[in-house]
Every structure is written in structure tokens, then in C-alpha cells.
Design a protein around this ligand. Sequence first.
Ligand code: ADP
Ligand code: MG
Length: 394
Amino acid sequence: MDKKTVRDVEVAGKKVMVRCDFNVPIDDRGNITDDTRIVASLPTIEFLLERGAKVILMSHLGRPKGKVDDKFSLRPVARRLAELLDTEVLMADDVVGEDARQKASILKQGQVMLLENVRFHKEETENDPGFAKKLAEMADVFVNDAFGAAHRAHASTAGITAFLPAVAGFLIEKELKALGQALQDPARPFTAILGGAKVSGKIGVISNLLDRVDNLLIGGGMSYTFFKAKGLNVGNSLLEEDYIETAAAALEAAKRKGVNLVLPSDVVVASSFDNDADHYTVDAEGIPDDYMGLDIGEKTIGVYRDIILKSATVVWNGPMGAFEMPTFARGTREIADAMSRCGGTPIVGGGDSAAAVSQMGYEDKMTHVSTGGGASLEFLEGKELPGIASLLNK
Ligand code: ADP
Ligand code: MG
């Protein structure tokens, strides 16, 4: 990685402001229902505390639209964090106001404080330099560890780097290592599996990966736009008329670049988008008019498994079917299972894909499951992430 990290800066006795991704689900009673993102931030925080830093944490939570809104307070996060760190976490009443500045000014070595939700100020998402400067004034060093927000050029992710020496935390380092290695110097064969709802959301990923992979396996809702491009009937399946040509061009490009692009040879079709709908498996050529494809079929699973098991690097984004319904989750589970057995480096990116993998119990069997949905997608598209580009180079 060519970016400086927390290992490369002097932090003892310094006020170190860490941008975390504490955007966790919180229920009506203020309970955090999934603390994965808080847990993921611990290595950086613990490292800084051990090195004698004064640690100031900040994050966004939900979309409070630039206004103070108690529903989006980070207080529950401070409580959970205190339990996990087994130390007191001082909670500021505001972001850059009197209370935050006061608490920051008297913070001691080895102490941790958390600012309120940075999105209580509309200046955050506007990447307002004045707001970024106010944040920066509370600290001596900036650490970005919010991979999930790194694709946004906001004041707390990018703007602040104009005012403080800025380095990466361990979570960002881990993400860049895993995803960056796959894109830049993958062990081969390199296979990408792309699924999910739509071609339109993934076309950037498709084109970037076509220059890098040996195999590209397509599944999920986006398959049907590819089917249409090949002149197949897709019935009531998800179809993006405007992207039929794009899909055709991708098929052409794959041929030209020598990429083995594989479409499902059979699919599970259903009479409606319903777990209990009438359903059966048909060949790709045989989708009935009033049915919709909701999963990949048995034959396809076999073909994809074989390719995955022979691969040294596998990057997966996008479920193979409407996996939220158990009836149509099989393809997604089988791909997760094959990846867990591939012996190479299986990497999962994308919000719903990561959710599927963790829900199905395969998370620990992957080399890497990205914590950033949108950010991992933009990374796979080959885009520069503003929250990372702005960090100091080694
Ligand atoms: P990710 O968040 O991992 O990038 P996407 O957001 O692109 O993935 O796609 C996930 C969604 O795609 C899931 O909600 C899933 O139900 C839906 N999906 C997958 N296959 C189909 C299909 N054949 N028809 C309709 N929806 C599908
Ligand atoms: Mg999604």
C-alpha cells in the first residue's frame, strides 16, 4: 500500500482524530442490533491508546439531513464502544461546538472521546472547508479508518486532510490490501462473480474487471439483460431495456479480451416474486412468458462451482438470486460454499453480498469480506476513493 498508516506517524501525547464508520443499525429502543462495524474499528483505536495518544473519534450515523436529531445520536455507540474497549468513552454533546472543543482540550493520554454525528451539520456532506477546519482544530493528526465512507468526499473524510497530517487506519489498510491485491496483482486463475439486481449498477465493475479477470461468471437479476442481448426470452424477469446494448457490448468485449464470460445455463423461474410462488428450473432458452427468473439453476451451480474451485483469486459481488427468500437462496449459498473451499483467496464486496455471506455463516471462511458496500463497488470499478486519495503517500 502506498499510503501512510498509523504506524508511520508519531502519536504519543498527540490528539488523534479518527474517522470511523459507526453507521450501525439501531432499533427503536436504542439498541445496536449489529456491532460489526464498531468491532472492526477496535484495532486502530487500541493501537493508538497503547501508543499514548489522546483519541477523538467521529462518525456519521444514518441520514439526519444536516440537523440535530436525537434519533441519530451516537450515544449508543459510545456505550457499546466503552464495553468493547473496557474503558470510559467520553461522549460530546455536539460536533464542533462548545462541549466537543472543551472535552477535546482537556483530553488526557489514553483517553477516548466520541463527537456527535458529523451529519448533524449540513457542511459535512457539502465538504465545507470551514467545517473541516473546525474539526481539524481539535486535533494534531487525522486517521481515516472509515472504509465504508471513503467513496464520499465529505468534510470528515476528505476535507479535513487539508488541515492535518492524514494517514490510514488498520481497517482501511486491510481493505486496500485485499481488494488492491486482487485488482493489481492477482494470483491466477482470477475469477469474478457478478450478480445482484441490475446491470446499470454494476456496469463500471464489469468493464474494469473485464481487463483483469480470466473468468467472469454472471448471475442474479442482471443475467436477464444479458439473456435479452443474446435474443433469449426472459418472461417477467428483471430487465433493463436501456442496458441491453451495454450487455451486448460487454459480451463482445469479453470475447475480444479473451475473458471466459459465463451466463447461467439454467435458472429457477417463479410465477411471482414470492417465496411460496409456483417455481421450477428451466434451461436459459426456456423461460416461460409469465414466469420470472429468481435464482441460478442446478447445472449453472455445477459449472460455477467447478470454475471457482480451480481459481486462485475469486472476487464476488452481487447475490445469484433473490436470496432474501429461502426458496431462491440456493444459488447464492452454493457460490458462498464453493468460495469457502476454493483454497485460493476468496473476497466478497458489496452490501447485500456481505450480508448474504454473513447470514449464511460463511463470513469466517473468506479471506476478506469488505465492510464497505458502495466503497468496495467503487474500488472494484477502479475509481479513486476521495477518502483514500487524500491521505499522505509513503
Ligand atoms: P450488492 O449490494 O452486494 O452489491 P445488489 O444490491 O446489486 O448487491 O443486489 C442485491 C439484490 O439483488 C438483492 O436484494 C436480491 O434480492 C436481488 N436479486 C438478485 N437476483 C435477483 C433476481 N433474479 N430477480 C430480482 N432480484 C434479484
Ligand atoms: Mg445492494
